[in-house]
Design a binder for this molecule. Structure first.
Ligand code: GLC
Ligand code: CA
Length: 554
C-alpha cells in the first residue's frame, strides 16, 4: 500500500450552521469556527470537514448551492474562509469542504438560464424532458418524497431532481458540465483547500435511457435504488474527476458511497482509487425498511458488531474506510447504538473506543466527543429537516397516529445531530447570544464542553486519549496499518478484536450492563486504555464491568 499523508490523521466534521455563532444572529459561522480551532487542536484533530457554507437558499441546509464560488453571507465572507485556511495551516490542520455536484440549487445561474432557454447550452446541464399530460417521464420517488419530476418554470418541460425540487440534478453525461465541476474543484484546491467530502456521488450516473421500474409503494413510485442498481459506468466519471483534479494536488477525498459492490472496492479506494477513502455506512443502513423510517428495526449490540466486522472484512487492506458513529444525516450514535436506558458515560466511552480503533480513518462529528445525545421533540413543528417532515407524512399515510409518527421519526431525525453544539451551561449552551436557528437540546446543562474539559474522567478526555494513542509513535504503525482480526466473534454482547502490526493490541468491550468474563489466550503487558479505574482479574480471567472497554497491549 502506498503511504499517504492522511493515513494517520483524525478527522472532525463541522456542521457550520450549528457549531458556533460569532455575531448573535443564531446561525453558526466561519468566524465562529476560527475561534474554536484551538479547541479542536487541543482535542487532537487534524482534518476538518465543513458541511456546505457556499451561497445557498438553504432549502436542504446548504446542500443546494446557488454559487460554488462564494460563501453564503450567513456563514461569513470569502475573506473569512481564506482566514480559516490560514489559521488552520498555522495549526497543522487541513480543511475539507463538501463537494455537492450531483445537483445544484434551482437558484443557480445555470438553472435560471436553462429556464430561459431549455434548448440552449444550459438546458443540457440538467435532465429535461417534454411535459406530457397525466404522465411523468419516470416513476422514481425522490429521496425526500414525491416524484422526481417538476415543471421547469416558464417552459413545457420538466426537470429531474432525485433530492428536493430545489435541487435539480446536473447532467454528468454532458462534458461541458463536467468541465465546470473540475474547474470549481481546482479553484478551491488552488486556494489551499486540502480536499473534499463528496456528497451523494453515487447518483451522478443514471441508467439510460431513463425509464420506470416496478412500483414499491402504493404511491405507484419506486425507490431511486432500483435505477441506481442498473446504472453502469460511474467509474468513467469518477476516474476522470480524480485525474483532472484531486490527483494533481495529492488532495484528500472521501466519498459518500452506499452501494459499491465488493469487487469494486479497489476501484473506489485502492491505491489508484477514485477516492482516498469512503465512509462505512454499514451500521447506519442496518434495519432500514423500504416502507420508511417508521418501519425500521433497531440495531442490537450483536448487529452492530457484525456490521463493523463485515465492512472491515470486505475492505481488508485494500484501502481505508472512514469510520463514523454519526454525521449530520443520522441520529446521535450513542442514542442509537447503545441499548435504551444504558446511555451513560462508560457506555459512550466504550462505543467510542470500539469504533475508533477499527482499521480506517476516524471521523468525529461535532458534539460526539461530548457524548451528545438525541433531542426530545415534542412536536413535528420543532423539526426543521425536510427529510423528517417527509418521513412523518409517510408514517401518517401508513396509518400511524400523529403521536406514533412523531415518536418513530424522532429516532431517526437528522435534526438530532443538528441541534447546536453544547459549549457550556450558559444560555443556549453558549452557542449563540441570540436565538438559535434550531432549539438546543435541554440536556446542555449536563452535557457540555466546558464542564467536560474540566473533568479528566469525561467523554471528551477519553476521546482525547484515543486520539493521542493513535498518534503515539509506539502504536501508530499498528493502529493505522495493522490488520484487524475479530476475537470471540460469536460471544453475545461482546465486541472484541485484535489489531496486529508491529505490536498486537486487543480491543475488547463488554456491550451490556451485566458483567462478563473473558479468558485471554495469552497475557497482556500493558493496559493502554480503560474506561474504568481497574482491571479485575481472577484465576487468569478478566471480569469486565458493564460497558467496560479495554485496549490491551499483548
Ligand atoms: C447527502 C448529504 C445530505 C443531503 C443530500 C443531498 O446525503 O449528506 O445532508 O441532504 O446529500 O445533497
Ligand atoms: Ca452568525
Amino acid at each position: 500500500m502506498v503511504k499517504k499523508w492522511w493515513h494517520d490523521k483524525v478527522a472532525y466534521q463541522i456542521y457550520p450552521k450549528s457549531f458556533y455563532d460569532s455575531n448573535g444572529d443564531g446561525i453558526g459561522d466561519i468566524p465562529g469556527i476560527i475561534s474554536k480551532l484551538d479547541y479542536l487542536r487541543e482535542l487532537g484533530v487534524d482534518i476538518i470537514w465543513l458541511s456546505p457554507c457556499y451561497q445557498s437558499p438553504l432549502a436542504d441546509q446548504g446542500y443546494d448551492i446557488s454559487d460554488y464560488y462564494s460563501i453564503d453571507p450567513r456563514f461569513g465572507t470569502m475573506e473569512d474562509m481564506e482566514r480559516l485556511l490560514v489559521e488552520a495551516q498555522k495549526r497543522n490542520m487541513y480543511i475539507l469542504m463538501d463537494l455537492v455536484v450531483n445537483h445544484c440549487s434551482d437558484e443557480h445561474e445555470w438553472f435560471r438560464k436553462a429556464c430561459e432557454d431549455p434548448e440552449g447550452k444550459y438546458g443540457n446541464f440538467f435532465y429535461l424532458r417534454d411535459k406530457k399530460d397525466g404522465e411523468l417521464p419516470t416513476n422514481w420517488r425522490s429521496y425526500f418524497g414525491g416524484p422526481v419530476w417538476e415543471d421547469l418554470p416558464g417552459t413545457n418541460k420538466q426537470y429531474l431532481h432525485v433530492f428536493h425540487k430545489k435541487q435539480p440534478d446536473l447532467n454528468w453525461e454532458n462534458p461541458e458540465l463536467r468541465e465546470e465541476v473540475y474547474k470549481n474543484i481546482n479553484w478551491w484546491l488552488d486556494k489551499g483547500l486540502s480536499g473534499f467530502r463528496i456528497d451523494a456521488i453515487i447518483n451522478i450516473k443514471k441508467a439510460l435511457p431513463l425509464h420506470s421500474y416496478a412500483p414499491d409503494r402504493e404511491d405507484g413510485l419506486c425507490s431511486i435504488h432500483a435505477m441506481l442498481q442498473e446504472a453502469r459506468g460511474i467509474g468513467e466519471f469518477l476516474g476522470e474527476m480524480r485525474d483532472r483534479t484531486f490527483r494533481k494536488y495529492d488532495a484528500f477525498s472521501v466519498g459518500e458511497v452506499f452501494n459499491e459492490k465488493p469487487e469494486e472496492i479497489p476501484d473506489f479506494i485502492g491505491d489508484n482509487g477514485y477516492f482516498s477513502s469512503m465512509f462505512d455506512f454499514n451500521e447506519t443502513i442496518f434495519g432500514g425498511s423500504a416502507k420508511g423510517w417508521y418501519d425500521a428495526k433497531p440495531i442490537t449490540p450483536d448487529d452492530y458488531k457484525r456490521c463493523c466486522f463485515e465492512s472491515q472484512a470486505k475492505v481488508g487492506d485494500i484501502g481505508f474506510l472512514s469510520n463514523i458513529i454519526e454525521n449530520h444525516d443520522e441520529p446521535r450514535g450513542v442514542s442509537r447504538y447503545i441499548p435504551e436506558g444504558d446511555c451513560f458515560t462508560e457506555s459512550k466511552k466504550m462505543l467510542a473506543a470500539l469504533n475508533f480503533m477499527l482499521r480506517g480513518l476516524p471521523f468525529i462529528y461535532q458534539g460526539q466527543e461530548l457524548g451528545m445525545e438525541n433531542n426530545h421533540f415534542s412536536s413535528i413543528d420543532e423539526i426543521d429537516d425536510i427529510s423528517t417532515h417527509d418521513e412523518y407524512r409517510v408514517a401518517l399515510d401508513a396509518g400511524l397516529s400523529p403521536a406514533e409518527a412523531l415518536e418513530a421519526v424522532s429516532k431517526y431525525s437528522r435534526d438530532n445531530a443538528r441541534t447546536p453544539m453544547q459549549w457550556s451551561d450558559e444560555a443556549n449552551a453558549g452557542f449563540t447570544t441570540g436565538t438559535p436557528w434550531l432549539n438546543v437540546n435541554p440536556n446542555y446543562t449536563k452535557i457540555n464542553a466546558a464542564s467536560q474539559i474540566n473533568d479528566t474522567d469525561s467523554v471528551w478526555h477519553f476521546y482525547k486519549k484515543l486520539i493521542a494513542l493513535r498518534k503515539n509513535p509506539a502504536y501508530k504503525q499498528t493502529i493505522v496499518y495493522g490488520s484487524l482480526e475479530p476475537a470471540w466473534e460469536d460471544r453475545h454482547n461482546l465486541m472484541a478484536y485484535y489489531r496486529k502490526g508491529d505490536k498486537t493490541l486487543l480491543v475488547v468491550g463488554n456491550y451490556q450492563r451485566e458483567k462478563q468474563e473473558i479468558t485471554l489466550p495469552f497475557s497482556y503487558s500493558k493496559v493502554l486504555l480503560n474506561n474504568y479505574k481497574e482491571v479485575t482479574e481472577e484465576n487468569g480471567a478478566i471480569r469486565l464491568y458493564g460497558y467496560q472497554v479495554l485496549i490491551l497491549e499483548m
